[in-house]
Design a protein around this ligand. Structure first.
Ligand code: PLP
Length: 377
């Protein structure tokens, strides 16, 4: 049977599976984006957005994928008269570095090998050298399944006076982020990850201080223009109307589940996945103590190359994701964020047991499934 996207088990590292209610929300006739009805939808989204971030503040909705949000904050907030420090330990850290270098002429990059935690002491030392206007970091490094410990660097960022700018694209609504307590000035979320809305919107949270420091950068992604229009429940340019409708419904689902509820479920799914990986005799790619709760990255076993991922898709219609960049063919990644749930993991790990069993590489039949079942509520 050929793979049918309507029935496949869909666990890539985002976009994620979308609830039918969210899909249906988009199936409406065209709306006048300058009319009262649409303004009402924007007003509801604005009321719901603090649920997504777990914080109140200035919050903008940009039509464009997560990278649009990153471009908006870096173009509008990177200093022109001070240094920018970028932390990089994976593919998206490298992307941050590339974007930052478009908008800041004095970038210092503090890096760690892909899959290793951010080097806290080096970051602190770099901040202590002074003259740092902004620090940019990826909260959850999707490419290697690792969550960076922002709490560990937060005090040093605060005392340096630098703006704390966070790529939260695969972290928001998946990994706890104490925006106010850690003094974060800007966070970007992507609609297609923990929120489980379709791809194509970037949600941006800004502190009071960040709004005060915004300067003209990108024209299309000018956050001041967006915030000003939003005060009237409007957008400066034509918004992606169907995506706004989906966003509202996805936010209602999140509000009903509660942010704490979604974070707890995502955490449990991650713990079950890690235990099942151990039971399969496979290895996690990142340092275990820093393994992400939204994406589990697993080393491809010797001699099997990318066979596990390909077998999952071909024989069981389970979609997971391969490695990016230098990790292509070396790892595969299971995304378990958004509305991913226990049946998704049961199918995935049952199929992995079967594939490894056929290859005579399964240490204890049934152990991975038991690891998942034992952790179900
Ligand atoms: N940053 C992180 C941490 C991501 O996971 C992704 C996408 O997976 C991006 C940035 C890029 O986001 P987008 O592809 O939505 O532009």
């Amino acid at each position: 049977m050929t793979l049918d996207p309507e029935t496949a088990t869909f666990l890539i590292a985002g976009p994620v599976r979308i609830h039918p209610r969210v899909l249906r929300a988009m199936a409406t006739p065209s709306l006048n984006h300058r009319g009262e009805y649409f303004h009402g939808i924007v007003a509801e989204i604005r009321e719901l957005l603090p649920t997504l971030f777990g914080a109140r503040g200035h919050q903008a909705i940009l039509s464009g994928s997560g990278t649009a949000g990153l471009e908006a904050i870096y173009s509008g907030l990177l200093p022109t008269d001070a240094r920018t420090v970028v932390v990089s330990n994976g593919n998206f850290g490298e992307r941050t570095d590339a974007i930052a270098r478009r908008y800041s002429s004095r970038v210092t990059t503090v890096s760690a090998p892909w899959g290793r935690p951010l080097p806290v002491a080096e970051v602190v030392a770099e901040l202590e050298k002074g003259d740092v206007g902004a620090l940019c970091v990826v909260h959850n490094e999707t490419s290697v399944g690792l969550a960076n410990d922002l709490a560990a660097i937060a005090p040093a960022v605060r005392s340096s006076g630098a703006l704390f700018l966070v790529d939260g694209i695969s972290a928001v609504a998946g990994i706890p982020m104490a925006i106010d307590a850690w003094g974060i000035d800007a966070v970007v979320a992507g609609s297609q990850k923990g929120l489980a809305a379709p791809a194509g919107l970037a949600l941006v949270h800004l502190s009071e201080r960040a709004v005060g420091r915004l300067h003209p950068g990108s024209y299309y992604l000018d956050l001041l223009a967006h915030l000003k229009s939003l005060e009237k429940n409007d957008t400066p340019w034509t918004p992606a109307v169907p995506l706004f409708l989906a966003l509202r419904e996805a936010l209602v689902l999140l509000r009903d589940e509660t942010l704490a509820g979604r974070l707890a479920r995502t955490h449990r799914l991650a713990e079950a996945s890690r235990a099942a990986v151990d039971a399969l005799g496979l290895a996690l790619f990142p340092d275990r103590g820093h393994a992400s709760n939204t994406v589990t990255a697993i080393v491809n076993p010797d001699g099997l190359g990318d066979d596990l991922r390909k077998g999952l898709e071909r024989d069981y219609h389970v979609l997971v994701q391969g490695g990016q960049g230098e990790l292509k063919g070396k790892i595969f990644r299971i995304g378990h964020m958004g509305i991913a749930d226990w049946p998704d993991l049961l199918v995935t790990f049952a199929a992995l047991e079967r594939i490894l069993g056929k290859a005579h590489r399964l240490p204890t039949p049934g152990a991975a499934l038991a690891a998942v079942v034992d952790r179900m509520p």
